[in-house]
Design a protein around this ligand. Structure first.
Ligand SMILES: O=C(O)CCC(=O)C(=O)O
Ligand SMILES: [Fe+2]
Length: 342
């Protein structure tokens, strides 16, 4: 259960670099405490070869491509002649999702994954399909993004080991989950919403004039590592029903628990609801436009990984089934021929 927190805790993960056993044990306890209360935290001293500026420059480079080039990478639901169903680009959908106004580019594992035929059947979405990329000349950063994917996967796996220990298991308890992991690195861009097109959040008792670019949700997987830029917007729901802002803290990333890990922990860890407010509109035509970029990394097990609560209660489910069920609520998997061409 979440608590009535008023800000997110900041956790120093430097112990993962120094490898000191006592520090690691203490970090494991801290993570347990955070994930059983807020479900969300800032992490500092993260062990990456890239910094904030570099990763957001890559996102700006991608979204700066002409729409027609990005649409060549669009998922089949947006461009029927394309083969990719799960990885690739999705455009903004102002007609069906004006309170979810975002474009995105999604990358799975850089390594080829075996297609799980038995789970594919007649289904439209192939969770294990290869990535699609712009050509090298228009976007030379493919290998850098693949490297970033791998670094995020390694770091998330280290956190998972600490979570296993915090739940009374061996460090390697969840390792088998990660064969053919479906983790997704998602570049996101929330454009400025033109005045007059702003959608109001429904049933928001706290403030009826909230404009959203990403509706309230929990993430599906094990945990999410989020890079966000300095444009505010992310808000996290506390136990009192208040939306607590979670703006960028310089040098940090955010971590939050997904549904899967909440389930496996028998409800001890909490998958906390969050949403994103629309970037503020330009106050005058001369004012600087300040659209928002964010880069979540959804850390996920393999499609066939069987997930069951550690305490033995509840039903066992294959992760692929869990994620397919959840997908029906994701805006980028709802067809919309009226994608934004502006
Ligand atoms: O943009 C953000 O800050 C959060 C995005 C998010 O929650 C998501 O994509 O699941
Ligand atoms: Fe999310």
């Amino acid at each position: 259960m979440t608590t009535s927190f008023s800000s997110l805790p900041i956790v120093d993960v430097g112990a993962l670099n120094n490898g000191n056993e006592q520090d690691l044990a203490s970090l494991s306890k801290t993570l347990y405490s955070v994930f059983t209360t807020t479900g969300f935290a800032y992490l500092i001293n993260v062990p990456f070869s890239f910094d904030h500026d570099e990763i957001f420059q890559l996102a700006r480079d991608f979204f700066g491509l002409p729409l027609e080039r990005k649409m060549r990478l669009a998922k089949k639901s947006f461009r029927s002649e394309n083969d990719n169903t799960y990885r690739g680009y999705f455009p903004t959908q102002p007609l069906t999702a004006s309170d979810n106004l975002k474009e995105g580019f999604e990358i799975g594992s850089p390594r080829t994954q075996p297609v799980v035929q038995s789970s594919l059947g007649s289904r439209k979405i192939n969770l294990s399909e290869p990535n699609v990329w712009p050509n090298e000349a228009e976007f030379p950063s493919r290998s850098r993004l693949e490297q970033i994917y791998d670094e995020l996967q390694t770091f998330a796996s280290q956190l998972l080991s600490l979570l296993a220990v915090s739940l009374g298991k061996d460090r390697d308890y969840f390792s088998s989950w990660l064969q053919y992991s479906l983790s997704t690195l998602r570049l996101l861009h929330y454009p400025i919403v033109p005045q007059g097109k702003l959608e109001y959040a429904k049933g928001d008792s706290e403030d009826n004039s909230v404009k959203l670019s990403c509706t309230p949700h929990t993430d599906s997987g094990i945990l999410t590592l989020l890079h966000q830029d300095a444009t505010p917007g992310l808000e996290v729901l506390n136990a009192s029903g208040q939306w607590v802002p979670a703006p960028y803290v310089p040098g940090s990333i955010i971590v939050n628990i997904g549904d899967l890990m909440a389930k496996v922990s028998g409800g001890r860890f909490t998958a906390t609801m969050h949403r994103v407010r629309s970037p503020p509109p330009k106050s005058t035509p001369q004012a600087d436009a300040c659209s928002r970029f964010s880069i979540p990394f959804f850390f996920e097990p393999g499609e066939m990984c069987i997930v069951r609560p550690l305490n033995g209660g509840g039903e066992a489910v294959a992760y692929g089934e869990h994620v397919r069920k959840k997908m029906s609520t994701w805006v980028e998997f709802q067809d919309d021929s009226g994608y934004d061409t502006t």
